[in-house]
Design a protein around this ligand. Structure first.
Ligand code: AMP
Length: 577
């Protein structure tokens, strides 16, 4: 196992193997097997590009050979920041085959996040787009290289200058690719983040192959299925629940959408006869509204998976009828555990719960503050361990002592209860994260950045209810002297290199932050306050980044500037101020 990662204890690993969950398969090998079975069938479709299994398999080998030719070695980490394009899939599988480890970044990430990821993982390479949605990624890559020790290789999607390697020129004889140890890490996902510094999640070949196979089996994926990947590929939901990898294991077709607008996606569903897709509630809401005037034929859809954030009941009820297909609720996390509703579940289970765990080997507990198990039906923190839930974050020994119990249960930070039938209902969370659309922002991280800006004495970041986004980011600030304008705040955060989806939607200036009897900032009180309740405060809202979904704005405003984001602004209007 790669240094800095924590393996499952032998006894658990042996059980997962003996029960046939972990089969010693590598992710790169799974694509090879699929290519042998489904060679001429279409594996990937992107716009007018169609890539068969055989072509993808060959491309992946040549890319692996090319990466090796550039000196990339097994075990080295590679930060991958690409939009939903075939190169994302090919690059990751090439790295899997080489034994190098992709580290998934969001395309919305900027210098702060990318520099951190390169540093903490000791990345040897970074793969990024050219100019994408108006942002100059090659310039960022040069800046990162100048400040990052050990980053040797910069691969750009497209020709971005002589000092960068054009990914399309990476090509070579694969030769004898090293045999992969399936119990080793295949790649890294990013955690939704409760800490000021995002944590990195190692996923092994064994555990991820199991997750993808089991979710594919659960929804009955076959070679006839066409999966539309509309959320960012770097989301666990899109990549492996069953997502891209599950589709490829089944011989189906992955259609890549880099633009989630309904015009584009509905046309794609009609043209490619899409059968399954996965949506976060905010996007589902936008799609639902669009069905009212839609003229496209969506009848090929058989299943919409809904997850990533808690949906409103009214939304859940409308999806099946509006799309004329089945709905599946999915609760999950990049750390592992998935719970899902099943085909044939009673309507109340599908509409009102997130179903049961994926695996018989998932062990879940609902505990009180004293960490004792609560009686059935009571709401407490959800703890989990199992065959695809990590045992420790990468290079985070100190944090791991808090994030896990002594016997290896992961503390999810989610508040949940179990129904009498054993279905999970998510009731809230204790972790200090704002879930805006599908994106997670750690309150501690944003607070830390706000506190570095001139004149800000204290800062508290709180999720505020929002009809479309689920939550929007509220920042309560105590300032000294002149209050910074929204423009100045945003500029300050931008200069710090923070991704725009983490910027506050609403800023409230307060004289003091309320505290609990224990002296902690009382965020519940803040969340329930409005400016009207507090005449001493000033309130500003409206300006926000256009990226609720990483690089995927809800209305597909490719290249939208910070001044034409009506959709994000809309839900914040009309709030008491
Ligand atoms: P991530 O690892 O970024 O996918 O974030 C995982 C977190 O998203 C979970 O721990 C939950 O807090 C939240 N989440 C994911 N799916 C759901 C859901 N169906 N309902 C409520 N919260 C969810």
């Amino acid at each position: 196992m790669l240094a800095g990662c924590i393996p499952w204890p032998d006894e658990a690993a042996e059980r997962y193997r003996s029960r046939g969950l972990w089969r010693g398969e590598s992710l790169g090998g799974l694509l090879r097997t699929a290519a042998e079975r489904h060679g001429p069938a279409p594996a990937l479709v992107h716009g007018g590009r169609r890539i068969s299994y055989a072509q993808l398999d060959r491309w992946v080998d040549r890319l692996a050979g090319g990466f090796a030719g550039h000196g990339l070695r097994a075990g080295e980490r590679v930060v991958v920041q690409l939009p939903n394009v075939p190169e994302f899939v090919a690059t990751c599988f090439a790295l899997f085959r080489l034994g190098a480890k992709p580290v998934f970044a969001l395309t919305a990430h900027r210098s702060r996040e990318i520099a951190y990821l390169c540093d903490i993982t000791g990345a040897a390479a970074y793969v990024f787009p050219g100019r994408h949605r108006g942002f100059d990624h090659p310039a960022l890559a040069r800046e990162i290289r100048a400040g990052t020790h050990g980053l040797r290789l910069l691969f750009a999607l497209g020709d971005a200058g002589d000092d960068l390697i054009d990914l399309s020129t990476v090509d070579g004889e694969a030769g004898r690719l090293p045999e992969q140890d399936a119990s080793d890490v295949a790649f890294f996902l990013l955690s939704g983040g409760t800490t000021a510094i995002p944590k990195i999640i190692p996923r092994t070949h064994d555990d991820y192959a199991y997750q993808c196979r089991a979710t594919a089996d659960l929804i009955g994926f076959t070679a006839a299925d066409v999966y539309l990947a509309v959320l960012p590929l770097e989301f666990n939901f899109t990549w492996g629940c069953p997502g891209v990898i599950g589709t490829l294991l089944s011989g189906g077709t992955v259609v890549l959408a880099d633009d989630p607008t309904t015009d584009d996606c509905f046309a794609t569903i009609e043209r490619c006869r899409v059968t399954v897709t996965s949506l976060v509630p905010t996007l589902a809401q936008l799609w639902l509204e669009a069905t009212e005037w839609n003229t496209r034929d969506l009848s090929s859809l058989r299943l919409v998976q809904l997850g990533g954030a808690r949906p409103a009941r009214s939304l859940v009820e409308r999806i099946g009828p509006a799309f004329g297909c089945e709905l599946q609720q999915v609760f999950g996390m990049a750390e592992g555990l998935l719970t899902l509703t099943r085909q044939g579940d009673p309507p109340e289970t599908v509409l009102g719960t997130t179903g049961t765990p994926l695996s018989e080997e998932d062990e879940i507990r609902i505990v009180g503050e004293d960490e004792r198990d609560l009686p059935g039906g009571e709401v407490g923190e959800l703890l989990v361990r199992g065959p695809y839930t990590l045992r420790g974050y990468y290079r985070a020994a100190e944090h791991n002592t808090r994030a896990f119990t002594a016997d290896g249960f992961y503390r999810t930070g989610d508040l949940a209860r179990l129904t009498a039938n054993g279905d999970l209902v998510i009731e809230g969370r204790i972790k200090d994260v704002v879930i805006r659309g599908g994106n997670k922002t750690s309150a501690a991280e944003l607070e830390e950045h706000l506190l570095t800006l001139p004149g800000i004495l204290r800062a508290a970041v709180v999720g505020l209810p929002d009809e479309l986004l689920g939550e929007r980011i509220g920042a309560f600030l105590v300032t000294a002297g002149t209050r910074p304008s929204r423009h100045e705040l945003n500029q300050g955060l931008q200069q710090r290199g923070l991704a725009e989806y983490k910027f506050p939607d609403q800023v409230e200036f307060v004289d003091e932050l309320p505290v609990t009897p224990l002296g902690k900032i009382d965020k519940k009180a803040l969340a329930s306050m409005t400016s009207r309740d507090r005449p001493s405060t000033a309130h500003e809202e409206g300006e926000h980044g256009d990226q609720f979904q990483g690089n995927h704005g809800p209305a597909g405003r490719a290249g939208a500037t910070r001044d034409d984001r009506e959709v994000d602004r809309e839900p914040a209007r009309g709030r008491p101020a």
